[in-house]
Design a protein around this ligand. Structure first.
Ligand code: KIV
Length: 270
């Protein structure tokens, strides 16, 4: 069973691997492959729930998907991603929402899209026993403010702010930090500067670990970000299987006698 302490000890020694998962079947497959962290990302909004962005995702949706992922995994650390406006608006609601992920859904930790507003929240949740993974750089819940899913930390001031927020979240008790869509040289300096593991997505090869969205890895996404890599073509495999099923039904080749049974005495119903 992977713990937050294991990850801290591994930082800089051995790469940490993290993938998103939104259901028990996928979680089991990923877990069996030895991936360290399963992130029940709010990317479920665009990948699994059919929304145009992550903003509509609810606490109930993340909780339900987290419970499924926790049921499907044995070894990986399960991290629930706190959806838009579920943290930071009101302290007791923040604690209740984050607490539900551990108490009701079986998560091991939560992830917060971070900024100056999440330093105190990170400290409070950590004090209460809710481990927090911070997330800096591109934070998709700010898409309307950022004007798109654009690269972050590209000016000296912006890069300095990422470094200073990374330090502040480490000090507040975060056990790891996701760095998304930031220059590789900025991510490398943050990784050097702080002791908690950094996990990059579009942040170069010098982070302590890497994360990708599972649909991008499998080749299921309709559109993947420029920093993602497709490692398989599951869309093609699924399409082939579904088309083969349809053709077999259309042609009367499925079901066969092997898929059916005849009950004696039931041939003459009135
Ligand atoms: O929601 C998500 O999948 C994420 C990862 C891209 C880090 O936040």
């Amino acid at each position: 069973m992977t713990t937050t302490r294991d990850l801290r000890e591994r930082a800089g020694e051995e790469p940490i691997t993290m993938l998103t998962a939104y259901d028990a079947t996928t979680a089991r497959l990923i877990d069996d492959c030895g991936i360290d962290i399963l992130l029940v990302g709010d990317s479920m909004g665009t990948e699994a729930l059919g929304y145009d962005s992550t903003l509509p995702v609810t606490v109930e949706e993340v909780e339900s998907r987290t419970a499924a992922v926790a049921r499907g995994s044995d070894d990986a650390l399960v991290v629930a991603d706190m959806p838009f406006l579920s943290v930071g608006v009101d302290e007791s609601e923040t604690i209740r929402n984050a607490g539900r992920m551990l108490k009701e859904a079986g998560a091991d930790a939560v992830k917060l899209e971070s900024g100056p507003h999440t330093v105190d929240v990170t400290e409070r949740l950590t004090q209460l026993g809710i481990p927090v993974m911070a997330h800096l750089g591109l934070t998709p819940q700010h898409v309307n403010q950022l004007g798109g899913y654009t690269r972050q930390g590209t000016t000296e001031a912006a890069a300095e702010e990422i470094l200073s927020l990374a330090r502040a979240h480490e000090e507040a008790g975060a056990f790891a930090l996701v760095l998304e869509h930031v220059p590789a040289n900025v991510a490398a300096q943050v990784t050097d500067d702080i002791d908690i593991p950094t996990i990059g997505i579009g942040a170069g090869g010098d982070c302590d670990g890497q994360v990708l969205v599972i649909d991008d890895v499998l080749g299921l996404s309709e559109e993947a970000p420029p920093f993602a890599e497709q490692f398989g073509d599951v869309r093609a495999a699924m399409t082939d299987a579904i088309e083969a099923y349809k053709a077999a039904v259309d042609d009367g080749e499925f079901p066969t006698a092997d898929h059916s049974h005849i009950e004696a005495g039931l041939d003459d119903l009135s």
